[in-house]
Design a protein around this ligand. Structure first.
Ligand code: PLP
Length: 279
């Protein structure tokens, strides 16, 4: 795969911002985003939206950061350090989603703005534990997706957001169109959870053209943090100035590599691993 360039020692690398929740187990959320960004040669700035209590078995609770503090972190980073791209992950509540949408618009992050925004509309963990209050589900299509340069739901999130059950290529295309109608500049419908073939195809749509990105399906239960890793890698490529299709191609190859070398951790699902980049 074509890796992103590493900045020479002592020089300031490209920056990206993640606005998301922490994972005490270190597998997903802000930990996965920061690790991905570091190993892509990108300096990670973080705005913490929620603190989760979780391990490899599940999420036993979460605590929200006050919405104005989430927004203040974004404002602080963008005003001083500057970022080439941003991504959102777990945002937990309607109030946080609204604060993030407002501050992103204020500082020039999002579709049709200077800084592209990857929206990973995180609703629940792979164990089915909630990461978004049920009452906040409407804010995802109403407030968050309209500011997305790219939105990256998995199939459960597609069903919750659009009501469309993706079972094949035709329904994946309908879902990508529905996400685009909600206001995302580009929509991705990820095929990773559609376990009907030996490959995994992500569908990208810009309102006009469908593009498909296919990789071998990696047979592993250690896929915790896979969605975060894909979205963070896309943000890194965007921060490096790549187009959305090129960034998605990079993200897909990156997460496939991370799935290939994922490892056991605890007694549940281990994380995808970007450590191959160190070898
Ligand atoms: N915890 C946090 C904080 C997350 O942001 C996410 C996903 O975005 C998860 C857990 C769930 O990750 P997974 O579905 O890979 O278990």
């Amino acid at each position: 795969m074509n890796l992103l360039p590493l900045t020479p020692d002592g020089q300031t690398p490209v920056r990206a911002l993640t606005i998301a929740g922490t994972d005490s187990g270190g597998g997903a959320g802000i930990q996965a985003d920061s690790r991905t960004m570091a190993l892509c040669g990108v300096h990670a700035c973080v705005a913490v939206a929620a603190v989760t209590v979780q391990n490899s078995v599940g999420v036993s609770g979460f605590h929200e950061v006050p919405p104005d503090v989430v927004a203040a972190q974004v404002r602080s980073v963008v005003g001083d350090i500057g970022v080439g791209a941003a991504k959102t992950g777990m945002l937990a509540s309607t109030a946080i989603i609204e604060a993030v949408a407002d501050v992103c618009t204020e500082v020039g992050i999002g579709r049709d703005q200077a800084v592209p925004l990857v929206v990973d509309p995180v609703c629940a963990s792979m164990h089915g534990d909630p990461l978004l209050h049920a009452e906040a589900l409407d804010a995802v299509p109403n407030t968050l997706i309209p500011i997305a340069t790219v939105v990256t739901p998995n199939l459960d999130e597609v069903r919750l957001i659009t009501g469309i059950e993706v079972v094949d290529d035709a329904s994946a295309r309908r879902a990508a169109e529905a996400l685009h109608r909600l206001g995302a500049q580009w929509s991705i419908v990820k095929g990773g959870h559609l376990r009907t073939s030996s490959t995994s195809t992500d569908l990208l749509f810009d309102g006009d053209t469908f593009l498909e990105f296919t990789s071998p399906r990696i047979p592993t239960g250690n896929d915790h943090g896979g969605g975060d890793t894909l979205a963070a890698a896309i943000a890194c490529a965007l921060a490096n100035g790549h187009t959305v299709p090129d960034a998605v191609a990079f993200g897909k190859e990156w997460v496939t590599k991370c799935l290939e070398v994922s490892y056991d951790l605890g007694s549940g699902h281990g994380p995808v691993s970007p450590f191959w980049r160190l070898h």
